[in-house]
Design a protein around this ligand. Structure first.
Ligand code: CTP
Length: 404
């Protein structure tokens, strides 16, 4: 347990996302961490020190010039008597102060005085996050060694606006906190590069309609995260999904199979390729530039399809073929024999086969029951959460690469 016994100094700055910090405190404590809260003046406009203190079961520090607090612990000790400083939410203002070394309140002073790792979970309006000043500040902070989780894409609390700016969810922040602590541990895939595809592809019919499938991206995203956790430098090429980008992974968002192929080839060379995406086999031969309209009396249009590039096959036979090429096989019948044929045809080292018949609930669900098909045999894995399948697969990849 990465968080057990860890002392976390949690700085809450003033944004609407501060309400999520209450849940974050609970999640951190559930995992055995202790949380010592610090709130800026702005934060207290959104949540009360009473609620924060009750959930943290600790005194809430709010004032740089509190005589009592200074006598009891002192701000320099407060900054150092912890294992990690977590800022959630981190506002644009607090990031600007940090990047410039300002210390005009308790939070910014602690951040300047600490010698511990710092993890920031930014939350702000998308335009503020995209502003060149914030981009500069984030780059400076990264160069200074500050870790980041998020911001994530999505609807803003103020409504109407969408984009990057939403604070990561409490469990994502917990995972990122664990990852910071695990940073020092053994990383068998350090120095290795991996490419993972995930999610469905959308093949346009016209500007408003497309052909898609039921893939959620959960398995592919979990594999990208698991490889990154073992130290790999991961590029995740993702089709349109509604789940957040995994932590510590470079994500390239695409829509169509051809875009996915281009992004995968641009990421070569690599040591590992895991092609999990449910790529559409066909696309509409000539997608319409304008919305197809219904005209009374006219015949119903037929869609002429043409074949999409097979990304796994292209990578499996490429001159820059990664050392390990792994494919997935979504089957509804004859799972093993179909997957074996795919192994040969696509030039893969391994096919992870699953039965995606509707009764299994695998496609779009949270669990998976897979068979590993290799040139030297077949291995059935038990029914597992998609995250567990990902962790096992990442461990297997690390082991294989060690032997190659
Ligand atoms: N795949 C790919 N590009 C495609 C189609 C599939 O990279 N155009 C990859 C998938 O990411 C997966 C594997 O090939 O790793 C198998 O996908 P699947 O859809 O099961 O196989 P198909 O080649 O489409 O074969 P079939 O439709 O006959 O089952």
């Amino acid at each position: 347990m990465a968080l057990s016994g860890k002392r976390i100094l949690l700085i809450i700055s003033g944004g609407i996302a501060a309400y999520k910090s209450l849940d974050l405190i609970r999640r951190l404590r559930e995992r055995g961490a202790s949380v010592r809260p610090v709130m800026t003046k702005g934060a207290q406009e959104f949540v009360t020190p009473l609620a924060v203190g009750a959930l943290a079961a600790d005194h809430v520090f709010v004032d740089l010039f509190s005589r009592q607090d200074e006598q009891d612990i002192g701000h320099i000790r407060l900054a150092r008597d912890c294992d990690l400083v977590l800022i959630a939410p981190a506002t644009a203002d607090l990031m600007a102060k940090m990047a410039n070394g300002l210390a005009d309140d308790l939070a910014s002073t602690l951040l300047l005085a600490t010698d511990k790792p710092v993890l920031a979970a930014p939350a702000m309006n998308p335009r503020m996050w995209a502003h060149p000043a914030t981009r500069r500040n984030a780059a400076t902070l990264r160069a200074d060694g500050v870790h980041f989780v998020g911001p994530m894409a999505g609807e803003m609390a103020e409504g109407g606006e969408a984009g990057l700016g939403r604070m990561a969810e409490p469990l994502e922040i917990v995972a990122a906190t664990e990852a910071v602590f695990e940073g020092g541990r053994h990383k068998p895939l350090a120095g290795r590069k991996a490419i993972v595809t995930s999610g469905p592809t959308h093949e346009p019919i016209d500007p408003v309609r497309y052909i898609a499938n039921r893939s959620s991206g959960r398995q592919g995203h979990a594999i990208a995260a698991a490889l990154a956790k073992l130290g790999a430098d991961v590029t995740l090429v993702s089709g349109p999904v509604t789940i957040p980008d995994p932590i510590g992974v470079n994500v390239v968002h695409v829509e169509r199979a051809e875009e996915m192929r281009d992004a995968v080839l641009a990421a070569l060379p690599a040591d590992i390729a895991v092609m999990v995406a449910a790529v559409a086999d066909w696309r509409v031969a000539s997608a319409a530039d304008q919305k197809l309209k219904k005209h009374p009396g006219e015949s119903i249009p037929t869609l002429a399809l043409t074949e999409n590039p097979d990304i796994l096959k292209t990578v499996g036979h490429h001159t820059m073929r990664p050392k390990l090429v792994i494919g997935f096989a979504a089957e509804t019948q004859d799972v093993e024999s179909n997957a074996k044929a795919k192994l040969e045809r696509k030039g893969a080292d391994m096919i992870v086969a699953n039965d995606v018949s509707p009764a299994t609930g695998i496609m779009g669900g949270s669990r998976n029951s897979v068979k590993l098909i290799r040139h030297d045999g077949v291995e059935q894995w038990p029914d597992l959460a998609k995250e567990e399948v990902a962790e096992r697969l990442a461990a297997l990849i690390a082991e294989k690469l060690r032997l190659i």
